[in-house]
Write a protein that binds this ligand. Structure first.
Ligand code: ADP
Ligand code: MG
Length: 324
């Protein structure tokens, strides 16, 4: 569907930038890309749908950021170096002030990570944002979901539950004080993809995944792919202070749901042999990024979450699923 006569003007104005790292970028029928010798191409795509992933009136600058960020997060989880992106847009109208801000948010993050936009598609339709991202990883060196082994420590980066708390606030399930609301809202709208961490974990982590749907759901994918089980300690989870406060105010269920099943955090969950604990700690120092040990991979299947008294915590839903 090519309804708008100014489609090509829009692409030229908002989405055409030099791409010196590509053989050929925006403007032909396909981009041409060359990966280094001994490297593999890591490719992933993620779509953001209005009304499902964001509110229709969301700030376009932040949307531009997040559309790319969620894709960068997938490459981070593979330990790949991001190189190129394709951007496919369905737009209800050619709203130039919207496009101006959207593209500014997109390119601000792209520039931070040295990512070049080399193509895409632009059509009229209900607002829908889709990025395909490509990166490079040395042959056989990617971080995968299927490498966890019994005895590995389980680690997570940053903090869990902030994006879910912001959403819970907007839906009226909790009332956050102003400072916490600002912090959690930033986590929801401007996630920081952990690309540098993914690169640093190459050759060190046995497995990794990014937490897009909630810790239990995403760790569950590692466990399934690796045919292993896990035990984690609820009290070890890195969560904002406000979440602990909610627990002590009798809102423990909301707190558990945000920490264990809250989506949209885009932190990394990864497993590393015990012998490499100090290696992970030095990465944490070097990147100035908190990395927290939350439990262990064990033989068996499924994940047990221990409360401080040793009892098991059970949740109704382990994470976000579009069809459940
Ligand atoms: P075709 O009809 O051959 O698929 P298009 O007319 O859709 O080509 O697009 C023209 C060029 O602009 C292509 O190189 C395409 O990859 C690029 N392009 C289209 N939309 C976008 C976008 N939103 N961002 C970046 N590049 C885009
Ligand atoms: Mg096209």
């Amino acid at each position: 569907m090519k309804p708008s006569s100014s489609e090509f003007d829009l692409i030229k104005r908002y989405f055409t930038r030099p791409a010196p790292g590509a053989v050929l970028g925006v403007g032909d029928d396909a981009a041409l890309l060359r990966v280094g010798n001994g490297m593999e191409l890591a490719v992933s795509t993620d779509m953001l749908v209005s009304g499902t992933h964001f509110f229709p009136d969301a700030d376009p600058f932040l949307l531009g950021h997040k559309t790319l960020a969620v894709n960068l997060s997938d490459l981070a989880a593979m330990g790949a170096l991001p190189r190129w992106a394709l951007l496919s847009l369905a737009l209800p109208a050619a709203d130039e002030s919207w496009l101006e801000r959207f593209s500014a948010g997109f390119f601000a993050l792209a520039d931070q990570h040295g990512v070049e936009l080399v193509g895409g598609d632009t059509t009229r339709g209900p607002l829908n944002l889709c990025v395909t991202i490509m990166g490079e990883v040395p042959q056989g060196g990617a971080l995968r979901r299927d490498g966890a082994r019994a005895g590995d420590d389980i680690w997570v980066s940053g903090m869990l539950g902030r994006a879910a708390l912001a959403l819970a606030h907007h839906q009226g399930a909790v009332r956050l004080p102003t400072a916490e609301l600002v912090d959690c809202t930033a986590a929801l709208h401007q996630p920081a993809p952990r690309v540098a961490l993914g690169l640093a974990l190459r050759g060190m982590a046995h497995s990794a995944i990014d937490i897009s749907d909630g810790l239990l759901a995403d760790l569950g994918h590692i466990l399934e792919s690796s045919a292993a089980g896990a035990e984690i300690a609820f009290d070890a989870l890195p969560v904002p202070e406000i979440l602990r406060t909610l627990s002590s105010q009798g809102r423990g269920e909301v707190a558990q749901r945000c920490a264990l099943a809250g989506g949209d955090d885009y932190e990394l969950c990864f497993t590393v042999p015990v012998s490499r604990r100090s290696g992970v700690e030095s990465i944490s120092g070097r990147l100035n990024l908190p990395l927290t040990r939350i439990g262990s991979i064990v033989a068996g299947c499924g994940c047990i979450v221990r409360a401080p008294d040793g009892s098991a915590i059970h949740l109704e839903k382990s994470g976000y699923d579009h069809f459940r």
